[in-house]
Each structure stands twice: as structure tokens, then as C-alpha cells.
Design a protein around this ligand. Structure first.
Ligand code: AP5
Length: 217
């Protein structure tokens, strides 16, 4: 099953994709994580992407399309995947449809997590992540047991550079201009389920499990 998890920055895409990946035994592909890894490894792609990400802008379509194609189509294509943060423009949506069509596949299900803007800013600016094992925390909602220290591996937690308030506001503007049109794009394809993302993490996940398209249960 190919699942797209769609939603604004801070909606909980990463959190829910992790849970779904474990539940459905599918790989979790996050373009944000892949790009941050490229930046950390100082690859040419990372150097290209960093200024866009630091400003809260989207990385050019051709770069992220190539990144996903490499993992989804080339070599040994996985039997399914959870796509977190891709597609993010209608052009990326068309590119995904085309690359899946080459494999005789299609997007099976799109989960759209809707969350009000003020809640998003609170979630983004309160987030801390572990640079070693990628565990995610929130200062108020899900704090680590020891402040500033990862529960899982003990590394010092960090704030993402693009989680500062000014950059977070820019990311939200970019989302409404360039990514939100994908909601109608997928609604027209009859594959979109809107989930109320302004609930506890467990309640959002329960709603998702209840909404899995019947042919994939
Ligand atoms: P990316 O890493 O994808 O960031 P994003 O889409 O802005 O999403 P976030 O990671 O901020 O939030 P999320 O929805 O995953 O929420 P999370 O689960 O972490 O992209 C970063 C950048 O990379 C982009 O700006 C762009 O530059 C570039 N990029 C990536 N993909 C691209 C593409 N396809 N094309 C072009 N450029 C691309 O949760 C957030 C916080 O809230 C956490 O602290 C969490 O603990 C908490 N939380 C989660 N759920 C709940 C809940 N239900 N209740 C309370 N708190 C919650």
C-alpha cells in the first residue's frame, strides 16, 4: 500500500507516519529527514537544499522528485511505503503518479491531518529532536524524562533550525500557497481521508486505523 501523509508543518505527519509504519510494517520515507541527513553528511544535495530549508522554503521539485524516485522505483522497489512530506506541490503529485504508474501502482490512500494554525506554531516551536536516534519530544506535550536528554539513547536534544518562530511562520505560508492545493488534487482522485489532527496522538492514530480503506485491511 502506498500511503501519503499530508498536512501542514507540525500537524503530526512524522509522529503518525512512525506509528503507521510499525503497525502496517511499511517503510517510512520522509523527504524532510532525507534532506536533513544529506545536510548532516555535507553531500552536494545537502548543500543545495540547506539554504531553502533554513528560509522555510521548499527545495526545488526536481531534487526531491529524484530523491523519492531513487527509493520508490529504482533498484528493489518496496511493496509499499508511507510518504511523509512528499508530495508537497501539485507538480510533485503528478510526478509521483507517473513514477508509480511505471510500476503498475498508484497512491492508495492519503491521510490529511488538519490542525489549526495557532496549535501548529505551538507544536513546532516546542519541539525538540534527538540528533542521534531521531526521537521527537515536545516541551509541554511529550517532554523527555530528564530535561534536554533523549529518553531512548541519552543524547542531548536539539531544536531544528527551521523551528524558530519566524521560519515556522514562513513554512506555514509556503504550505498554504504550494502544498494545500494537493488536498483537492487527492480529493478528486477519491483517495483522501481528512483526520482531525487536533486530538491526542493516540486518538489521531485510532482514527487513522478506523479509516484504512476496507480493501487494504
Ligand atoms: P519536514 O521535515 O517534512 O517538515 P514539515 O512538513 O514542516 O513538518 P514537521 O516535521 O515540522 O512536522 P510534522 O507534521 O512531521 O509533525 P511532527 O510529528 O514532527 O520538511 C522540512 C523542510 O524540508 C521543508 O520546509 C522543506 O524546505 C524541505 N522539504 C521536505 N520535503 C520537501 C518536499 N517534498 N519538497 C520540497 N521541499 C521539501 O510533530 C510536531 C510536534 O508536535 C512534535 O513535537 C510532536 O511531538 C508534537 N505532536 C505531534 N502530534 C501531536 C498531537 N496529536 N498532539 C500534540 N502534540 C503533537
Amino acid at each position: 500500500m502506498i500511503i501519503v501523509v499530508l498536512g501542514p508543518p507540525g500537524a503530526g505527519k512524522g509522529t503518525q507516519s512512525d506509528l503507521l509504519a510499525k503497525e502496517l510494517d511499511l517503510p517510512h520515507l520522509s523527504t524532510g529527514d532525507l534532506l536533513r541527513e544529506a545536510i548532516a553528511n555535507r553531500t552536494p544535495m545537502g548543500r543545495l537544499a540547506q539554504p531553502y530549508m533554513d528560509r522555510g522554503e521548499l527545495v526545488p521539485d526536481d531534487v526531491v522528485i529524484a530523491l523519492i524516485k531513487e527509493r520508490l522505483v529504482q533498484g528493489h522497489p518496496p511493496t509499499g511505503a508511507i510518504l511523509d512530506g512528499f508530495p508537497r506541490t501539485v507538480a510533485q503529485g503528478h510526478a509521483l503518479n507517473e513514477m508509480l504508474a511505471e510500476l503498475g501502482r498508484r497512491v492508495d490512500w492519503v491521510i490529511y491531518l488538519s490542525v489549526p494554525t495557532e496549535e501548529l506554531l505551538e507544536r513546532i516551536t516546542g519541539r525538540y529532536v534527538c540528533p542521534r536516534c531521531a526521537a521527537t519530544y515536545h516541551l509541554r506535550g511529550s517532554p523527555p524524562r530528564t530535561p534536554g536528554v533523549c529518553d531512548v539513547c541519552g543524547a542531548a536534544l536539539q531544536q531544528r533550525p527551521d523551528d524558530r518562530l519566524d521560519v515556522a511562520r514562513r513554512r506555514l505560508t509556503v504550505y498554504f500557497e504550494q502544498t494545500a492545493p494537493l488536498i483537492d488534487f487527492y480529493r478528486r482522485q477519491g483517495v483522501l481521508t481528512e483526520i482531525n489532527g487536533e486530538q491526542s496522538i493516540d486518538a489521531v492514530f485510532a482514527d487513522e486505523l478506523a479509516a484504512i480503506p476496507p480493501r487494504h485491511r
